[in-house]
Design a binder for this molecule. Sequence first.
Ligand SMILES: Nc1ncnc2c1ncn2[C@@H]1O[C@H](COP(=O)(O)OP(=O)(O)O)[C@@H](O)[C@H]1O
Ligand SMILES: [Mg+2]
Length: 305
Amino acid sequence: MRVVILASRTGWHTDALQRAVAERGHDGAVVSYQGLVARLGTRPGAVACLTSDGASLLDADAVLARIIPAGSLEQIIYRVDALHWLEERGVRVVNSPRAIERTVDKFYTSALLQEAGLETPETVVCERSDDAFHAFRRMGDVIVKPLFGSMGLGMVRVSDEDVAFRVFRALDAIRGVYYLQRAIDHSGSDVRVFVVGGQVLGAIERRAPESPGWRTNVSRGGRARALDLSSTLRDLALRAARAVGADYAGIDLLPARDGTIYVLEVNGIPGWRGLQQATSLDVAGAIVDHLLADRPAVAPTVAVR
Ligand SMILES: Nc1ncnc2c1ncn2[C@@H]1O[C@H](COP(=O)(O)OP(=O)(O)O)[C@@H](O)[C@H]1O
Ligand SMILES: [Mg+2]
């Protein structure tokens, strides 16, 4: 089988995925989004052609969208539409572009989690600084998150009115969307659960580097240790992955001091270096096994070739 790993460049994760594909006796190629070439206008009615280095992506048995690289609005929409186009023509794309769209947008993810009956911290998403101020004054202590952020980057905790003024002015200047979430009182640790194919593969507890700290991401210096999940946390993680329709995902669960377990986010393009180092699980292998497993293919919406 031919597996295409879509990324922006090679690195630790793509190496691990390629190794896992090769160990299973298949061909794995890392293809960059920037290198995609679509050719159209050959003959009426013909299926368009999307290639990389001359090879057609329609010939792939599966496409693993490892990331959606940061880029301009045009680049991002084109890349995600290319994934939709492949999927609609019967190529298995994991995670599906729909799941990726839902999970890169913190508004959409939080809305789906809440609607699935999962505890979501009080959150306001808006475009006008007046609305953001109103929400800040009501909540008093908020985490301001980039709508499309990950790895804990660019988040600020704001509990001071003057700081809020400066932060909101900066967001206004870049025409950002305000995502303000009530700061939850917790002990400085949270839980990252890795779900693949409707099963929990493993979990880690992440502790914030500084004390008292609130941000636990391993990429921000958080320390990870393997964790045996209770059935309650396991159930929450599986429900969260289902709510966004992810084939595989990293789910952040935040146990608050008052006993509530919040589902903070579902990451549809998660890294797993911290998890792998703390648990020795074969994460790439599990993802590739799931990718290649027999499952009902997405019905093509057009006849292929
Ligand atoms: N509302 C909150 N209250 C307290 N801590 C939070 C809150 N939201 C996020 N955090 C901390 O910040 C980390 C990153 O937040 P998250 O929403 O997962 O964003 P990212 O996509 O950047 O990982 C979380 O793992 C948690 O440790
Ligand atoms: Mg997170």
